[in-house]
Design a protein around this ligand. Structure first.
Ligand code: ZN
Length: 671
């Protein structure tokens, strides 16, 4: 029996082999197609006869596919990767087929019309979401438009991939040989050692610096040689453009125009005025104007603070600072003010202590308990499994924790769905999550020691995990994080981060590895100071990106083209405080919006931060462990998943719409 087709209990990670992947996916897709055909042939158009079987079949496909994409991310190897990659087109073809299925669309429309009043609110929301997604996939278009829409989607996929490729190729084609060690002064030893090794591999003397993010950031932050900083800054900020050391070689200028033109046309084919409206159709924010006003209101508060911070930094440096000087001087000022290093912090945050404290926080807030389960099949000896139960001891679900960095594991940290919650008359399944991090592995006999950054990351992913596990939604497509708008999905995770900074919580999650002592108050003070350090300058940078992205996609006009340089210049005049040199071409490598999923959505970062800070403020007002507030938070937000409009849910919890003041306070910028 193929272990990927056994859908009871937890995945049999010990038994899954790369050769199981494609046959399982093909079999599951075939079975789903049969189910769909039978459902549609059946003729009955009711929630129970159409939607429930479809929810079950999505659930089964996810049970087959989730362990595969998980293993591909945490235990990558060549046979697995090729099995995984070979299934991607199969799945995307299946999804397109579903999204374009007119009979199915008509069935959902009929259910909405005839049964709408008898459905409960979450069932109606599920149907509304599905109808919206059908329309966004172009199902309601006439044949000519449908064909054009499909063509535009394919063009966009190709252009966006090429955009990213140009950025990577341009960076890979650049390097700098250094033969005078003095030029490397200030750089961390690890960076110097790597530059040495790169030179050796290329059979060159001295050191070779490459244009990757860690090297770039290390040079900008630590190199005392301002000439070296400027050189890397120029190479980095002109990637894939018409300027800089590789001007014109990998130029994305035309690509950007083509991408914006295709997006605009695709949006108008679907009946939207511009691509921003299309992007917002699935988000919590309701209109381009609302987003713009939101960003401008934040900017009005942050710009004066950022200007002050820059003036202060220049006074400290005793000079007018160029763009490539700022990270370097900021680092020095921060060290002088708050001097607190990761090496000082690590001994206070042994992983077992942090986990125990974090679970205690969740128990106190939500009345849940955690118990590690042994004997669970795992993909690696470092992974663990925890069961989650409610106050009455009834099981709610569980999660895997895979904490340490290792080869074959994707970088970063994330929460992903292993099993979604499903509750139908015939079947009931509890949610299961993966929490994956890349912490420094322990050195025996000591446990892993975390930096405070890593503690915050753990709380963040745990927040996503609680969103997935505390859901009460009965259908997988609206349970946990599913169906939650992109600009609201980071609310529970960023909310949870606040606990890792709380003075009430820090003593419970810290305990010195040798003495057991909690983090001393003086270190707490310095740690918290570093959180708000130059918050204004960091915020205006994000606002610059967000406003640029928003205006570019809202104001696109086929007759005039993108007007990218003009819009960027206008945005910078309003919100930027750093003086960007004329050659700066940051947009040419802005993959978030030109290659990734953040197009007309970059504002989501700030939007979710505001939601999270405002939600946490409700707890600060009542006490960070206030039981009534926590119950309301679970009832209105954590348990709801995508079963309810995100703004309505927020208003139900907070009694009003989101307010930016708590975020400003959090970063020491309140009026
Ligand atoms: Zn997140």
């Amino acid at each position: 029996m193929n272990p990927l087709l056994t859908h009871d209990g937890l995945p049999a990670f010990g038994a899954i082999r790369p050769e199981h992947v494609e046959p399982a996916v093909r079999a599951q897709l075939e079975s789903n197609r049969k189910t769909l055909a039978a459902v549609l042939a059946g003729g009955e158009r009711s929630f129970g006869a159409v939607v429930e079987p479809l929810e079950r079949m999505h659930h089964r496909l996810n049970r087959t596919w989730s362990p595969v994409s998980h293993l591909n991310a945490v235990m990558n190897n060549e046979p697995l990767r090729s099995a995984y990659t070979s299934c991607l087109p199969l799945i995307s073809e299946y999804q397109t087929e579903l999204g374009q299925n007119e009979t199915l669309y008509a069935a959902y429309q009929q259910i909405a019309r005839h049964e709408g009043n008898r459905l409960d609110a979450s069932q109606r929301k599920l149907i509304d979401n599905a109808l919206r997604d059908f329309r966004l996939a172009g199902v309601a278009l006439d044949e000519a438009r449908k064909a054009r829409f499909k063509e535009l989607m394919q063009t966009l996929a190709r252009l966006q991939a090429k955009f990213e490729e140009n950025v990577l190729d341009c960076a890979a084609a650049w390097s700098k040989q250094v033969t005078d060690e003095a030029q490397l002064a200030g750089l961390p030893q690890a960076v110097i050692a790597r530059a040495r090794a790169t030179a050796a591999t290329r059979k060159l003397d001295g050191w070779v610096l490459t244009l990757d993010q860690p090297t770039y950031l290390a040079v900008l932050t630590h190199a005392t040689d301002s000439g070296l900083r400027r050189e890397l800054y120029e190479a980095w900020s002109t990637r894939a453009s018409d300027r800089g050391p590789q001007a014109g070689r990998f130029d994305n200028t035309a690509m950007v125009e083509d991408i914006l033109r295709a997006r605009h046309e695709a949006a108008t084919v679907l009946g939207f005025a511009n691509y921003t409206e299309f992007s917002l159709a699935t988000k919590m924010a309701s209109s381009p104007r609302e987003v713009r006003e939101f960003l401008e209101e934040l900017a009005a508060h942050c710009v004066p603070v950022a200007r002050r911070e820059l003036a202060e930094l220049e006074a400290f440096a005793g000079a007018r600072l160029e763009a490539w000087d700022i990270p370097y001087w900021a680092e020095r000022l921060q060290r002088e003010r708050f001097s607190i290093s990761d090496d000082e912090l690590r001994p206070y945050f042994p992983l077992p202590r942090v986990l125990e404290g974090m679970f205690a926080v969740a128990s106190q807030l939500y009345g849940v308990s955690f118990r590690e389960r042994s004997g669970v099949e795992l993909w690696h000896g470092e992974a663990r499994f925890f069961d989650l139960a409610n106050a009455a001891g009834e099981p709610l679900g569980g999660f895997y924790l895979d904490p340490y960095a290792r080869a074959q594991k994707r970088s970063g940290a994330w929460m992903d769905e292993c099993i979604g919650r499903l509750e139908l008359e015939s079947v009931r399944e509890l949610p299961v999550a993966y929490l994956v991090c890349n912490f420094l592995p322990p050195v025996a006999p000591r446990p892993a020691l975390l930096t405070h950054d890593e503690v915050v990351t753990l709380f963040h992913e745990f927040g996503h995990g609680l969103h997935h596990l505390l859901t009460r939604a009965r259908y997988p497509s609206i349970a946990g994080i599913n169906g939650v708008p992109w600009d609201a999905v980071e609310l529970p995770s960023q909310f949870m981060e606040n606990y890792a900074w709380s003075e009430e919580v820090l003593p419970r999650i810290s305990g010195h590895i040798d003495t057991g002592a909690a983090l001393p108050p003086e270190m707490v003070r310095r740690l918290k100071g570093s959180r708000t350090f130059q918050a204004g300058m960091r915020a205006v940078r994000q606002l610059e990106f967000a406003l640029f992205d928003l205006r570019l996609h809202s104001e696109y006009d086929p007759a005039r083209g993108s007007r990218l340089p003009e819009i960027l210049a206008e945005v910078r005049t309003r919100v930027a405080v750093v003086r960007h040199p004329e050659f700066n071409r940051f947009a040419h490598s802005f993959g978030h919006i030109f290659a990734g999923g953040y197009a007309a959505g970059y504002y989501s970062y700030k939007w979710a931060e505001v939601l999270a800070a405002d939600a946490f403020a409700a707890f600060e007002e009542a006490g960070v462990f206030d039981g009534a507030t926590a119950r309301r938070f679970v009832d209105s937000i954590l348990s709801r998943g995508g079963s309810r409009d995100a703004m309505e849910a927020f208003v139900e919890f907070r009694g009003r719409k989101p307010d930016i003041q708590p975020l400003l306070r959090q970063f020491g910028m309140a009026a």
